[in-house]
Design a protein around this ligand. Structure first.
Ligand code: ATP
Length: 358
């Protein structure tokens, strides 16, 4: 569908704004280095105000960077106006023309570009098929559901055959169930169209479900870039571990080390650890343990006392105290497992591979 898939590269990109209250300048984005491959689906993820939208708007050309250079398909684009860039944006608000039908909304950008009428017709019909709106050309956009309006917005961007498609929280206005359906659709359409996509969201499950790679941002800084598996199981710091899914943080000191394996002292227990190449004996260590990677058992690694035990259907939800540390455990498919009750003494059980050492 796209004329040519294009990569996007940000080199040392910064954006400075002035805080309207204090009148002080601050970095909304600081020294971002990002390399997006042609055809890749990359998500900018992070809490509100971390600079995701600012990065997207700089790629689109609605904002210009104060430092650094942006490349699209290898060409520097800082000096190009938005309409000269080979990008198209899908907005949260859809931004459809209310008194036009679907056909005219989708055809609008092509008409402005003076594409011949018969070619417009062919392209619009083709794209409406791709987004699942075939035969609906004559419907007015104010007679459509939220999901259908979002499909029109997507068709309107895709029909321009941009090298890169930009999404600014496109599903925020939809209810939870439709969000899940639409994100699957967006991924399907992106793959069928074979287009590079950059997607902004603060919803971590959306990012996990849709992306080839996720860029996690924290206060204007790119904190980690990786595929969903790496981000989940090998977070670079506590911020990423906490922002993506749930985490337990087990704190202690590294006592022994042999290659990348070792033993840590945590809450009075010796715990086998792996992946500690970056640490030395005597260093502080934080183990990131996902609640579903830990088990509750009669024997195990860390002695504990159960403080919460709740049946959730698909899992038994526990909270236990290991010394002064609260540990959350999710025991999935608990039907035939031993159930521990509040006040029981037990052990938190996990292997060295289950815990990621920071
Ligand atoms: P959200 O998820 O809430 O949209 P975001 O991660 O997309 O957040 P940005 O919109 O990129 O965040 O904003 C980054 C920071 O820059 C925020 O502190 C925001 O208040 C500030 N900011 C954004 N636009 C401007 C502007 N035009 N002038 C001054 N400050 C701005």
């Amino acid at each position: 569908m796209a004329k040519e898939k294009k990569g996007v590269r940000l080199e040392h990109i910064s954006k400075i704004y002035q805080d309207p209250k204090t009148k002080k300048d601050f970095y909304a984005v600081h020294d971002a280095n990002i390399d997006i491959q042609p055809g890749e689906f990359v998500t900018l993820l992070g809490p509100s105000g971390c600079g995701k939208t600012t990065i997207l708007r700089m790629i689109a050309g609605f904002e210009s960077p104060d430092e650094g250079q942006i490349y699209l398909g290898g060409e520097p684009i800082n000096d190009l106006t938005p309409n000269k860039r080979d990008t198209a944006m899908v907005f949260q608000s859809y931004a459809l023309l209310p008194h036009y039908n679907i056909f005219d909304n989708v055809a609008y950008g092509l008409k402005i570009r003076k594409v011949p009428q018969d070619e417009i017709k062919k392209k619009v019909v083709n794209i409406l098929g791709l987004v699942g709106l075939e035969g609906m050309e004559d419907r007015m956009t104010n007679q459509l559901s939220g999901g259908q309006q979002q499909r029109v917005a997507l068709a309107r961007a895709l029909v321009l055959e941009p090298g890169v498609l930009l999404f600014d929280e496109p599903l925020s206005n939809l209810d939870a169930k439709l969000r899940v359906d639409m994100r699957t659709e967006i991924r399907r359409i992106q793959q069928e169209a074979g287009i590079t996509a950059i997607y902004v969201t603060h919803d971590q499950s959306e990012a996990m479900a849709i992306s080839d790679r996720i860029i996690v941002m924290k206060k204007g800084v790119v904190d980690q870039i990786g595929d969903p598996h790496t981000i989940y199981y090998h977070p670079v710091d506590e911020f990423v571990a906490d922002f993506i899914g749930e985490s337990n943080f087990l704190r202690g000191k590294l006592e022994k080390k042999e290659g990348s394996d070792g033993v840590a002292r945590i809450e009075g227990h010796d715990v086998e650890v792996s992946g500690v190449d970056h640490l030395s004996v005597g260093d502080d260590i934080v183990l990131v343990l996902r609640p579903e990677s830990a088990k509750l058992a009669d024997e195990g690694v860390l002695k504990c006392k159960v403080t919460l035990s709740r049946f959730m259907g698909n899992y038994q939800n526990y909270q236990v105290m290991v010394g002064d540390t609260l540990v959350k455990i999710q025991d999935f498919n608990p039907k035939n497992h031993k159930i521990y009750n509040v006040g029981d003494e037990a052990y938190v059980s996990f292997t060295a591979d289950d815990a990621h050492a920071l």
